[in-house]
Design a protein around this ligand. Structure first.
Ligand SMILES: *Cc1c(COP(=O)(O)O)cnc(C)c1O
Length: 460
């Protein structure tokens, strides 16, 4: 039986329909940088799944009843109860979004010379490690390097490398192991319970705290029930509860699996560490019972956390992404395998072999999707991850040239996604006519947000 989303659409928002001529002008004005395209010129926005999910009637109803008290609001107690039940941790601190959670926790745990080990640090996570003076090291498992491999848990950390690092000369400087579930920087691939259990044992052996970056904890839990032997009979809620309890704490953006426009939390087992985080929180985010969030936000995320572990919802969302992957693959465009849930990663390097790394195949494909169909998405290739010299020449390309199609939660229907596949298949029929791009100007930090590019003439 085909799965279907366990909700009906009750409030809708119109989406902009534009002409190719208009899009050509808009993109040229934005210097071929999708981040500078106004959202009202985007038809299908697959830039991110963060803060873009559709709220439920129950979330909006809860928000309407929010308590805005500065200290000890009802909304906080409802939020704390659900987060405590989910994570098992006694200390729960709300913060305005995931990166604030990172800044507060890492400020208390890391510092100059200290090392954070991870399956892959997300970009803001890495930045917050480095802002403390610490060093972020990624140790992805070897299967992650083969984009076509169907290995079910390509988000895992490399346990051999982890052990060698902890036992090696730098071991004493390791201040945390941080596992990102699902592994967003690594193709949205899940981490297995077996891998997490080994990390737990190793952290105990070496006396290092183990934290989760749990932005997509529900999607990871669902993939465990689908892919890991021994978990077939468990509910995603049972798996998620077990996952959180394995770690000493977590930073969790709620803009993803909280299905909310804003929000995050830190949950911790250790009272001492929680107290140090709280002092920083009060100074920079807000009092400990709101942490930079309004009562409305606290209510929305509390209700979102109740809804997100519904197996019917997770199953339907997974099927939607898998269906899009199938259509795209049939059209001759390869995606990172196996498909995850929150995004598909297109192998632009393979689709556009005529474009060298310094012509940015991922960026070229992302621009083409916008020009051809008003679809916005993000490059994850040499433009984002490569190294450049002062004259903006690419000196070290990224290992892969990918484009991420992120799928917002409960926002687009199957026909929207089929439209995306149609636009992509039309491009894939004539890939050699997709032109190259060059960097005109780029700032030294956060390059991809502020780029200016130019397009070379098409090769027709
Ligand atoms: C989005 C994200 C963050 C940062 O969260 P924000 O709420 O956007 O600040 C951290 N880690 C991962 C894995 C993420 O996907």
């Amino acid at each position: 039986m085909k799965s279907f989303p366990p909700y009906r659409i009750q409030v809708v928002k119109e989406i902009p329909i534009t002409t190719r001529q208009e899009r050509e002008e808009v993109l040229a004005r934005a210097a071929y940088n999708g981040f500078d395209v106004p959202a009202n010129k985007v038809t299908i926005d697959l830039l991110t799944d963060s803060g873009t999910g559709a709220p439920s009637a129950a979330q909006e109803a809860a928000a309407a009843g929010a308590d805005r008290s500065y200290a000890g609001s009802d909304s906080y107690y409802r939020f704390r109860e659900i987060v405590g039940e989910l994570t098992g941790h006694p200390h729960v601190l709300p913060v305005h979004q995931g990166r604030a959670a990172e800044r507060v926790l890492f400020g208390a745990v890391l510092g100059p010379g200290r090392i954070s080990l991870s399956n892959t640090h997300f970009d803001t996570t890495r930045a917050n490690v480095e802002l403390t003076g610490g060093e972020a090291r990624d140790l992805p498992c070897p299967e992650a390097r083969d984009l076509d491999s169907l290995d079910p848990f390509k988000g895992n950390i490399d346990l051999g490398e982890l052990e060698r690092t902890l036992a090696g000369p730098d071991g004493a400087r390791v201040a945390q192991v941080l596992i990102t579930i699902t592994n967003n920087g690594g193709g949205g691939q899940p981490v297995s319970m077996a891998n997490l259990e080994s990390v737990r044992r190793m952290c105990d052996r070496f006396g290092v705290p183990f934290f989760l970056d749990a932005a997509r904890f529900a999607e990871n839990a669902w993939l465990v029930t689908q892919r890991e032997p021994g978990y077939e009979q468990q509910t995603p809620r049972e798996v998620a509860r077990r996952t959180f309890r394995m770690a000493d704490g977590c930073v969790t953006s709620l803009k993803k699996d909280g299905i909310a426009p804003m929000g995050a939390f830190i949950a911790l087992r250790d009272a001492d560490l929680a107290q140090r985080c709280e002092a920083n929180l009060i100074a920079t985010e807000g009092f400990r019972t709101y942490g930079g969030l309004t009562g409305h936000d606290l209510e929305r995320v509390a209700q979102g956390l109740r809804e997100v572990l519904d197996p019917n919802y997770l199953g339907a969302r997974t099927a939607e992404t898998a269906h899009l992957a199938e259509l795209i693959n049939e059209a001759g465009v390869d995606t990172v395998q196996p498909p995850g849930i929150h995004a598909l990663y297109l192998n632009a390097g393979r689709l556009l072999p005529h474009i060298p790394a310094h012509g940015f195949p991922g960026h070229a494909l992302a621009c083409e999707l916008y020009l051809a169909g008003g679809i916005r998405c993000a490059e994850l290739g040499s433009l984002y991850l490569g190294e450049f010299d002062a004259a903006h020449n690419l000196v070290a390309p990224a290992p892969f040239e990918l484009v991420r199609l992120a799928i917002p939660r409960r926002t687009y229907t199957q026909s929207h996604l089929e439209y995306v596949a149609d636009v992509l298949s039309a491009i894939a029929k004539n890939p050699e006519q997709v032109p190259e791009y060059r960097v005109v100007d780029a700032p030294p930090v956060l390059r991809h947000f502020n780029l200016r590019m130019r397009r070379l003439p098409a090769n027709r």
